[in-house]
Design a protein around this ligand. Structure first.
Ligand SMILES: NC(=O)c1ccc[n+]([C@@H]2O[C@H](COP(=O)([O-])OP(=O)(O)OC[C@H]3O[C@@H](n4cnc5c(N)ncnc54)[C@H](OP(=O)(O)O)[C@@H]3O)[C@@H](O)[C@H]2O)c1
Length: 262
């Protein structure tokens, strides 16, 4: 995706995958600029640990507690989390604006956290987080509600009918719909079948952050019921496009990046 974008814009750069063990992280980060890197993407398990190793993080990354993008400029390393705005941009692309929306987020892991922060910063009126372990949902909601402009509350799956009522946007942020060995695994089917679809207004938009497969069981069920359904590829592309723009200071060729992934 990134190298396709460099080629399209005639930028002489490469995007490399580097495996870094936890005990090598500090040395790798400290030596990145000398190695010629202008920017880094950071993935598991380093997204939180890297915060202590860089000079500054954006308020968004600080709220999420995870950095996925580092820009290196003039000897300093700046950390951001582009997943949050990546999701918001992807929804906007598909015609959904978060301003004033009542949002339900399923899941309480890292992706759910980024979704809650992104949608809260984009002006959602209310965010309800629901997880199979209600304590995990409450913990996430409490941690993020403190400096958020709108209420963020945690719920269990036994409360889903009430949670779904009045929602404008349903964000599937669990890994339940992720393809295992079989794209329509039992877990993914049971998960989608177990949702209280009748409680969701027909006008509600549904997005699944999982993009493998592109048509998850939740998106298939949503489409069958007439909901607008938005896949997780847009978030992946836009988090990359935002990183690209931070590193290079030029608009990312989003269509080129999308084509490279399909
Ligand atoms: N589109 C994108 O750019 C993008 C970016 C990031 C992530 N993602 C996708 O988002 C998914 C979640 O990522 P993550 O980093 O948040 O993972 P994570 O931190 O491991 O969290 C996974 C969450 O899913 C829940 N869960 C797993 N299986 C479940 C099931 N059968 N029923 C109900 N809840 C279940 C977990 O609950 P427990 O804690 O109880 O296990 C946890 O809340 C990934 O599969 C990934 O593909 C997409």
């Amino acid at each position: 995706m990134h190298e396709a974008a460099y080629r399209a814009l005639g930028i002489d750069a490469t995007y490399e995958r580097v495996r870094v063990r936890p005990d090598e992280l500090a040395a790798f980060i400290a030596g990145a600029e000398a190695e010629g890197y202008q920017g880094l993407n950071v993935t598991l398990p380093h997204k939180s640990a890297v915060i202590a190793l860089i000079h500054e993080v954006t308020p968004t990354a600080a709220r999420i507690g995870a950095v996925n993008t580092i820009t290196i400029r003039g000897g300093a390393l700046y950390g951001d989390n582009t997943d949050a705005r990546g999701l918001v941009r992807s929804l906007e692309d598909a015609g959904f604006g978060a301003e004033g929306a009542r949002v339900v987020v399923l899941g309480a892991g890292g992706a759910a956290r980024a979704a809650v922060v992104g949608l809260s910063e984009a002006g959602a009126a209310e965010i309800l987080v629901a997880a199979r372990r209600p304590s995990a949902a409450s913990k996430l909601a409490e941690a993020l509600a403190t400096d958020a402009p709108a209420p963020i509350t945690g719920h269990g799956f036994d409360d889903l009918e009430r949670v779904f009522a009045g929602a404008d946007l349903l964000v599937q942020a669990t890994s339940a719909t992720l393809a295992g060995s079989d794209a329509s695994s039992d877990v993914a089917i049971r998960f989608a079948d177990g949702l209280p679809w009748d409680a969701l207004a027909p006008s509600a938009t549904v997005t699944d952050l999982v993009y493998q497969p592109l048509e998850t069981t939740v998106l298939r069920a949503a489409r069958a019921r007439g909901h607008r359904a938005i896949d997780g590829l847009g978030m992946l592309i836009h988090q990359g496009a935002l990183a690209f723009e931070g590193w290079l200071g030029v608009a990312a060729p989003v269509a080129v990046m999308r084509a490279a992934l399909l």
